[in-house]
Each structure stands twice: as structure tokens, then as C-alpha cells.
Design a protein around this ligand. Structure first.
Ligand code: UDP
Ligand code: MG
Length: 329
């Protein structure tokens, strides 16, 4: 019967007792309207309030509700990953538990999926009820990320999105620990499209993303998809060397054409610029190598085959993971 599941909704929850009931009701309403079999996978990321008990309550009355509980708080991105790993549906939707992402949009996503898209992500045109600081830092971060990476990571999208089973399977092959899931989904490729929406306020409770977690997420995003930070030493080094030589040239020019006398400290500055520049450039070169080591260590599959004609598709890097999807109460 599990094989019949058409849609899996993955909902990461961390201390969401204030909203979880409404979230469940709205999701149920929306998903019932599809008239197709679905599952609601709640991933409890180490909540220490009544969230777990409430979800178990839903489960008692509703077979579609499933629960994965973590032993402690592992973080939002890992919770989403676990949900995707356990999901059985032909399409998997990831949605926040706080109703900032309107469940009704799932129907639009499903429509796009039926048109043949493999990933449908929700793009925020507006963000209500979030602080000026959060909006601006998020805006800035998405722009920096876009400028510093070669893959197309859409701006102003969170993790609210639909993934086809195919994409979900590919995601399972990405073994990295510091995950920036929305970037990985872009990296996987296939036909992707957006649906737009206005992000609502959190229905109740507080954000579970304090500044510290936001910084960690941004760093994961940047370092997973760009070597630019490692290359910064290189740029700075070359810049300094260039500066040092100009400085020297100007002094020499003045000495030749005028009565200017090169003083000791001027020479020291010039040498300092050049030497620091050389040092930084060397560090940059080391950075380039570390970057490559990092690339290898990350161990992402080298490519993802979308279709094969006249030959069998082969998998690289497949790790067989057997999940116990038996009903757990
Ligand atoms: N969340 C989680 N683990 C965490 C932090 C958050 O599972 O360590 C969940 C949270 O319950 C919510 C979603 O991730 O469903 C997004 O968190 P939140 O709404 O607090 O983030 P914001 O919308 O403020 O960025
Ligand atoms: Mg939220």
C-alpha cells in the first residue's frame, strides 16, 4: 500500500506546539482535495515541548501522519534531508511548520509537476512580518551567493518546494554533512521552475532561526558552492604586489625627473607591499589546492545521468541504506 503513495509532505518541526495543530489541519484539507494518496511526514528535530505528543495525537486518528523523531536538535537542513530519505511519494514537498509557507500553494506546485517539471520551488515576492534586518541580510546573502557560484541557485527561495522522486533519489546520493539543501537541489538539475507567493507571518511561536543558525546556513551555502572565499587571498596578494610596483615606479620616476630623494621609509613601504603581496599570493595558491581537496573530500557524484538510450543507467556512489518505514507510534 505504501507504494501507492503519491505525495509525501515533509514538515520539519522544532518546538512548534503553538502552530502544529493548525498546520496539520490546513495541510490535511489541501491534500485531501487532491483525492490522491499522500503521507504527512513530520520530522521532529529534538523538540522539547509538546510537539511530539500532539503529532502522535494526529497519528492516532489519521494513518497518513508519520513521525520521525531525532535524538536531539540536528538542525533544519538535516531534518529536511531525513524527511526526503524516508519519503515514499512520487512527489515530495518540503514545507515549514509555521504556516509561513501557505499549504494551498502545494496544489500549484503539483500542477506544474504534472506539466513535467522535476522541481517546483516557491519564490517569495514579499516577506511579511519579518524584521528589516532579517529581510535585508537574506537579500544580501542570496545576491552574494548568486555572484560567487557558477550554478544557478534561485534567489529569494527557501526550502518550500516540490521534488520529483527522481530528484529525491539523487539527493540521497549527496553525502555531505554541512548541507545547504536548496543549493543541492539546484545542483542536481533537471527541469526546474518557480511558483511565486507572498510569504506570510509566522502564525504563532517564535523563529527557530536565530542569528547564529542563519550565519551557519549562509556559510554552508557559500562554502558548498563557491571557492571564492578561498581565492580572496590570491586577489588581495596580486593587488598588493601591483600596488607596490606602482609605488616603486612612481618613486623612480620622480627621482629621475626631479630632485626627489628616495627616503628609507618609502622604500620600506614599497617592499612591505610587495612582500605581503607575495605571501598572500602563496596563501592563495595553497587555498586553490585546499579547494580542490575539499571538492574531492565532499565526494559528490561527478554527474547525474538523466536518460539513457540503448543502454542501462548505472549508478555511481550508491550507498545502500535500508530504512525502517514500519509504522512507529
Ligand atoms: N526547524 C527545525 N530545526 C531547527 C530550526 C527550525 O526543524 O533547528 C524548523 C521549524 O520548526 C520550522 C522550519 O524549520 O518548521 C523553519 O524554521 P523557522 O520558521 O523558525 O525559520 P524562519 O522562517 O524564521 O526563517
Ligand atoms: Mg518561519
Amino acid at each position: 500500500m505504501n507504494a501507492d503513495i503519491r505525495y509525501s509532505i515533509v514538515i520539519p518541526v522544532y518546538n512548534e506546539e503553538a502552530v502544529i495543530d493548525q498546520t496539520y489541519q490546513r495541510l490535511k484539507q489541501v491534500m485531501d482535495s487532491t483525492r490522491e494518496p499522500y503521507e504527512l511526514i513530520f520530522v521532529n528535530d529534538g523538540s522539547c515541548d509538546h510537539t511530539t505528543a500532539l503529532i502522535k495525537g494526529f497519528r492516532n486518528k489519521d494513518d497518513a501522519v508519520k513521525l520521525i523523531s531525532f535524538s536531539r536538535n540536528f538542525g533544519h537542513q538535516i531534518a529536511i534531508t531525513a524527511g526526503m530519505d524516508y519519503a515514499l511519494g512520487a512527489a515530495v514537498v518540503v514545507i515549514d511548520a509555521d504556516l509561513q509557507d501557505p499549504p494551498e500553494l502545494i496544489l500549484d506546485m503539483i500542477a506544474k509537476w504534472k506539466e513535467g517539471y522535476y522541481v517546483v520551488y516557491a519564490k517569495r515576492t514579499k516577506r511579511k512580518g519579518e524584521t528589516f534586518f532579517k529581510k535585508q541580510t537574506a537579500r544580501l546573502f542570496y545576491r552574494i551567493l548568486k555572484a560567487s557560484t557558477d550554478i544557478e541557485i534561485p534567489t529569494d527561495t527557501g526550502d518550500f518546494r516540490l521534488l520529483d522522486r527522481r530528484v529525491c533519489e539523487e539527493m540521497k546520493r549527496l553525502p555531505e554533512k554541512n548541507r545547504y539543501v536548496r543549493g543541492l537541489v539546484s545542483w542536481v538539475g533537471f527541469r526546474q521552475t518557480a511558483v511565486e507567493y507572498e510569504r506570510d507571518e509566522r502564525l504563532a511561536g517564535e523563529t527557530k532561526y536565530p542569528l547564529k543558525k542563519m550565519i551557519k546556513l549562509s556559510l554552508d551555502g557559500l562554502t558548498s558552492f563557491s571557492f571564492k572565499p578561498l581565492k580572496m587571498a590570491n586577489y588581495a596578494g596580486v593587488g598588493l604586489i601591483f600596488f607596490g610596483f606602482i609605488y616603486l615606479a612612481v618613486m623612480l620616476f620622480l627621482k629621475i625627473t626631479t630632485a626627489y630623494v628616495i627616503s628609507g621609509w618609502n622604500l620600506v613601504i614599497a617592499m612591505q607591499l610587495v612582500l605581503t603581496g607575495i605571501l598572500l599570493t602563496m596563501m592563495g595558491i595553497i587555498g586553490e589546492y585546499i579547494g580542490r581537496i575539499y571538492d574531492e573530500a565532499r565526494d559528490r557524484p561527478l554527474y547525474i545521468v538523466s536518460e539513457c538510450y540503448g543502454m542501462m543507467r548505472k549508478e555511481r556512489n550508491v550507498k545502500k541504506v535500508v530504512y525502517d518505514v514500519k509504522k512507529s507510534s
